[in-house]
Design a protein around this ligand. Structure first.
Ligand SMILES: Nc1ncnc2c1ncn2[C@@H]1O[C@H](COP(=O)(O)OP(=O)(O)OP(=O)(O)O)[C@@H](O)[C@H]1O
Length: 665
């Protein structure tokens, strides 16, 4: 009989051998099934399928060492040939291959074993061991739950496969019924559970981070956007200053030229050849650089790293576009929208008429209104849906909580810039980007500094102007109108703010747009909004907790992919075909059997079992190298190995190292 025996020192694997063939040096021809001793008898001393069509040999009762009495305590069930406990190795009941008739006519799975039934079962009345009992021994608390699960699953399996059974009689490999895997209890230490509701203020929503499923959708959409292909025949340069694959971000017809305030401007996404990362290139058309020193501002801006500022990377001039253009390069945020696009640009066609007529008006600042708006979600980009729905309804502004979040973030960005001795100069709804849920970043920085270099403007005045722009922005957002403070709209806008928002909002907005205020600077602004900062901190930290939790579950993927790669490297190497024993010996043999155990399970009708949770459970346990033991059965069913995940992990590591060394020499 051929089997693999690891040196005792190298592995804790326990071999379960067939006693009839123990001394045979080579693999014998396969016996007729009727002569082969039933594995259930070998393991459990008993086969519950003996009278139900099991074709294997069942020795008379006196030949079999009796199975120990059942007990609710973790009793060991020993076998005639193995000193180990079948329960201890989680050995599933061996269901014999039998004629289709005998199995299809077998009775449906037995009724579930309840905790009461287990407790009342007499120790002196031997019964076929049942792997439900394994759970009872290991954790009695789980029995009731597992019983139900087991029974339902097995019933379902019975029905699902019964039709196709007769066609699948050539069973190449078998390790036990699939029900065992379906009811396998997960070791929750190996999995990342959803964040417990006690850890967050709201189990479903958080201010800065989407729910898990939304987050995934948003990230996938961003990934798609940043990989979108360039438009063919767009006449864009193939390469410019180390950037390639140009894609215009905001495609507009030539009749409606985009403006950077009053200058013609185009925004592209392009990939940097050095780091392979996409960037945004803002091109200002027809700009002639008179002095190289104008780029000093770019140098200063590129030093600024702030979570609410779109980082400036570099700038250059070019004639590639058949004019003289200034190009400033920024970090790229896929699917970013300007505050104007997100909150002010009307999309009337996307809204039902009764809403447009005012019937759907909702009170601002009351977050409980938001869920009702989800019905319009599909028309809106999902990543902004929860924060912009109110605005898409053309109500007069945005919720107060969101507004304060913007105010705090923009104030923080301004403070950083002013402290660096610069002025922002682009605090405008068309230049501030919404890059995530309630996350804003001031974009297009530095362009004005280059454009107006020769005007030698006073920095203090420019910083003062920043605060006024900030005030105008708050008015615009509250009133949903870019012209809220001009064209005679001021009084009306003030009324809207007074009616809709808190006194604090009105105060800060008025303070910011005021002229000649003696103590007007960004530090005073922070004194005024200090009461709102803690809410931002709290929400930001909660967002971090959520993201960390999401990250944890993704880490599992990386671990599992690495493991799968190792399997791929080790198993069935065609270049070793000359050595037919390549995967039949040593560590590789255990790995091969384990691979079968994980991926090539078949059910009692010979159908492949594609149970992902079984695969994930096994791989996670393998990665963790647990002490839990499993029984691996050779393809010829002549030998079994009882090994722990820890042993298998050691085998994988050793074989992988061997492969690696071998391939590198
Ligand atoms: N750094 C960036 N990352 C991702 N997208 C950006 C970035 N900067 C700008 N965009 C996007 O490019 C598009 C055009 O930007 P632009 O500043 O021209 O906005 P706009 O609304 O067209 O303003 P204007 O009315 O002044 O032309 C906007 O949709 C904006 O979201």
């Amino acid at each position: 009989m051929a089997f693999f025996a690891r040196p005792a020192s190298a592995s804790a694997a326990v071999r379960i051998v067939n006693p009839n063939t123990q001394n045979e040096p080579v693999q014998p021809p396969r016996k007729d099934s009727s002569q082969r001793r039933c594995r259930n008898v070998m393991i459990y001393g008993y086969c519950k399928f003996e009278d139900k069509g099991c074709v294997y040999y069942h020795p008379p009762a006196e030949e079999v060492i009796p199975t120990p009495a059942r007990s609710a305590s973790p009793a060991a069930v020993t076998t005639a040939t193995s000193p180990i406990s079948a329960h201890a190795v989680n050995a599933p009941v061996f269901v014999p291959k039998a004629s289709p008739l005998s199995l299809t006519s077998s009775s449906p799975p037995s009724a579930p074993v309840t905790r009461q039934a287990l407790a009342s079962s007499s120790p002196s009345s031997p019964a076929p061991p049942d792997y439900r009992e394994t759970y009872a021994y290991s954790d009695s608390e789980q029995v009731a739950e597992l019983d139900t699960q087991f029974y339902d699953d097995s019933q379902a399996h019975f029905d699902v496969y019964s039709a196709g059974y007769a066609q699948n009689m050539e069973v190449p490999f078998y390790t036990g019924p699939s029900q065992g895997y379906m009811s396998e209890p997960l070791d929750h230490h190996l999995y990342t559970p959803a964040i417990p509701s006690a850890f967050v203020t709201s189990p479903t929503d958080s201010h800065f981070v989407h729910t898990s499923s939304e987050l995934r959708q948003v990230l996938v959409e961003r990934s798609h956007t940043s990989r979108s292909a360039p438009i063919l025949g767009s006449n864009l340069p193939e390469e410019l200053q180390g950037y390639h694959t140009f894609v215009p971000i905001d495609t507009v017809s030539s009749s409606e030229r985009k403006k950077f305030f009053n200058l013609d401007s185009v925004v592209y996404r392009a990939i940097n050849s050095t780091d392979g990362i996409p960037y945004v290139l803002r091109r200002i058309e027809n700009f002639r650089l008179m002095q190289q020193a104008a780029f000093n501002a770019i140098e200063a801006w590129s030093q600024i790293r702030h979570p609410n500022i779109v980082t400036v990377h570099e700038a250059f001039t070019t004639r590639t576009f058949n004019d003289s253009s200034l190009v400033v390069v920024y970090s790229y945020y896929p699917n970013a929208q300007t505050l104007f696009e997100a909150h002010m640009k009307s999309t009337p066609s996307a809204l039902p008429q009764h809403i447009l007529n005012g019937g759907g008006r909702v009170l601002l600042g009351q977050s409980h209104s938001l869920p009702q708006l989800s019905q319009y979600g599909p028309m809106l980009p999902s990543h902004f849906a929860s924060s912009i729905s109110l605005h898409q309804l053309q109500a007069s502004g945005i919720p107060e909580r969101v507004l304060w979040s913007y105010i705090v973030q923009i104030a923080s960005a301004i403070k950083r810039v002013h402290e660096a001795g610069l002025a922002v100069r682009t605090i405008d709804a068309t230049k501030i980007l919404l890059t995530g849920k309630n996350r804003v970043r001031i974009g297009s920085c530095a362009v004005w500094d280059v454009l107006t270099y020769d005007q030698h403007l006073d920095m203090v005045a420019l910083q003062h102007d920043d605060l006024q722009q900030f005030g105008r922005l708050i008015f615009a957002l509250c009133c949903n109108n870019l012209q809220a403070t001009t064209n005679g709209n001021f009084q009306k806008s003030l009324e809207i703010i007074s009616k809709t928002y808190s006194h604090d909002v009105k105060n800060i907005a008025l303070f910011l747009i005021s002229k000649n205020h003696p103590h007007k600077n960004i530090s005073t602004v922070f004194e005024m909004i200090s009461g709102r900062l803690l809410t931002e901190f709290d929400d930001a930290f909660e967002g971090m907790d959520r993201l960390e939790n999401e990250m944890l579950s993704e880490l599992e993927n990386a671990r599992l992919v690495r493991l799968l790669c190792k399997f791929g490297f080790i198993n069935e190497r065609p270049e070793f075909a000359r050595d037919s024993r390549w995967s039949e010996t040593g560590d590789r043999y255990i790995i091969k059997l384990f691979r079968d155990y994980v991926f090539h399970q078949i059910d009692e009708r010979g159908n492949p079992v594609t149970n992902m949770s079984h695969v994930l459970t096994c791989l996670n346990k393998l990665d963790a190298g647990t002490e839990e033991k499993i029984m691996l059965v050779a393809r010829d069913e002549q030998s079994c190995l009882v090994v722990s995940y820890k042993d298998i992990k050691a085998c994988v590591e050793a074989a992988f190292r061997f492969n690696f060394i071998f391939m590198n020499h």
